[in-house]
Each structure stands twice: as C-alpha cells, then as structure tokens.
Design a protein around this ligand. Structure first.
Ligand code: MN
Length: 260
C-alpha cells in the first residue's frame, strides 16, 4: 500500500512524524506537508505565487517534501506533480487538537482529506484532542492498529474523520461511529489596542464540549471515546426545497437593466 501523509501543522510537527514512522511497516510512505503551520486554512489554495517543494529527511523509507503552500496545495501538488502514481490512501494528521463538529469546515487537516477525495483517493483525517501523556506516539500506534484491524475502506464519495480524546487519565477503550456535533465557541474575539492606539481583534475562546450529546463526535470525544465520523460532500438540498415546477421561465421583458 502507498500512503500519502499530510497535515496542516507543518512538516516539523510531532504528529506527522509519529504517523509517518508508524505507517512505514504498512507500505510505502510519502509525506507532503506545509513548510510551516497552516492550521485553520480550510480549503484554500495558492494561485498568485509559486509553490516550492523542498525534499526533507524524515527517516528511513519515508519520502518527504516541505511545501510552501496550504494543506490542500500539498495534496494536489503531491498527487498531480510530485508522485509518479497516485497513492492508495491519504492520511491527514495526526493533528494537534481535535477537529469536531463545525471545525471540519475550517480545518486544514480535514480539507487535505477532502482534496484527496476530490482526486478519487480514499482519505482519513486524524486528530488528537491533546498531546498530553503518551500523546502522538500512542495515537500513531493506535492508528496503525486500527488500519490493520478496524478499518474498512470508505465508500466512494465518503471520507473518514477520526478523533482521539485526551489520553489522560485513561486511554480510550472504544471507537464510536457518531455524527458531527456543533461545537460552539464562547468569547471568540479578544479586543485589544496596539502600541499606536489602533484597536485590533484576536480570535480566541474555548468550546463547551461537555454539554453536547454523547451520540455526537463532540460529546463522545469529551467522554473519552475515539470517534469515527464518515463525511460526505454532497450537500445539495433539493429534497428540502422542492421547487415546482423545477425550472422557472425567465420573463426577459420584466427585467430592466439599470442605466448608470
Ligand atoms: Mn492543525
């Protein structure tokens, strides 16, 4: 199996290194990751400046590139330019911090997996709530075990979002398949004043995960479970907005172009 590892925490992140080294025994491992942290970059891509891909030494049997772009750039560039053949699997992680509920729309970790899906490659996003305790080494060993024992390839058009809870005070005992929660953040913007007297804002705040239902990813991770949430990208809602008839004829005579 040929596995492409990526994530938004940057090529030097402990989670990427631990994951790449754990997966080496499963097959051929390639790493394509941003050369610096690009967390919360969502699905952005680089159009107006060049992308450089610098080879990096991440240990034996790992081919790695540090790329001057976003996580999505990394997957696109690796698959479409750097690798001779597309990988069999893209694993994005292990992210430093969970990606739960609405996080998935902001997350570079999840977006890298989504890009793999766009390219027709099975993809998994993996995030660890907190690196405390056994942290990334345990998480990477768990992922390797799960890929060999619990994993079934996602159906076409589906990616997996896997989240690991805090590993202290106890290790998780179960993988739960759950839906996305909400994950509301409180006190999101700090308001400050810069040295020249201009007001500025800094996004901060924390989520109150414990109040969410245990059948959601947010609630289950807060209760110490590993969660697996299958995500699909078909978000069209024609079934909820049934327009009859389906096509509206345009009355061209009724549309007046404003004169400037
Ligand atoms: Mn990140």
């Amino acid at each position: 199996m040929r596995i492409l590892v990526t994530n938004d925490d940057g090529i030097d992140a402990a989670g990427i290194l631990a994951l790449a080294r754990a997966l080496v025994s499963l097959g051929e491992v390639m790493v394509a990751a941003p050369e610096r942290e690009r967390s919360a970059s969502g699905h952005s891509i680089t159009l107006h400046k060049p992308l450089h891909a610098f080879t990096r030494d991440l240990g034996p049997n790992v081919r790695a590139w540090a790329i001057t772009g976003t996580p999505v750039d990394c997957v696109k560039l690796a698959v479409e330019a750097l690798l001779r053949d597309p990988p069999d699997l893209v694993v994005s992680g292990i992210n430093n911090g969970s990606n739960l509920g609405r996080d998935v729309f902001y997350s570079g970790t999840v977006s890298a997996a989504i890009e793999a899906l766009f390219l027709g490659i099975p993809a998994i996003a993996i995030s660890l709530a907190s690196p405390d305790g056994p942290g990334f080494p345990w998480a990477a060993a768990f992922v390797k075990w799960w890929l060999q024992n619990g994993y079934e390839p996602p159906p076409a058009g589906v990616l997996y979002n896997l989240n690991l809870p805090r590993l202290v005070p106890r290790l998780p005992t179960e993988v739960r398949r759950v839906k996305l929660g909400k994950r509301q953040y409180q006190n999101e913007f700090h308001r400050r004043v810069d040295p020249r007297g201009h007001e500025y804002f800094w996004l901060a705040g924390s989520a109150s995960d414990e109040t969410e239902e245990p059948d959601t990813d947010v609630g289950a991770v807060a209760r110490g479970y590993v969660t697996l949430t299958p995500l699909r990208l078909e978000i069209t809602a024609l079934d909820l907005v049934p327009i009859r008839p389906g096509h509206l004829p345009i009355d061209a005579d009724a549309i007046r172009i404003p004169s400037s």
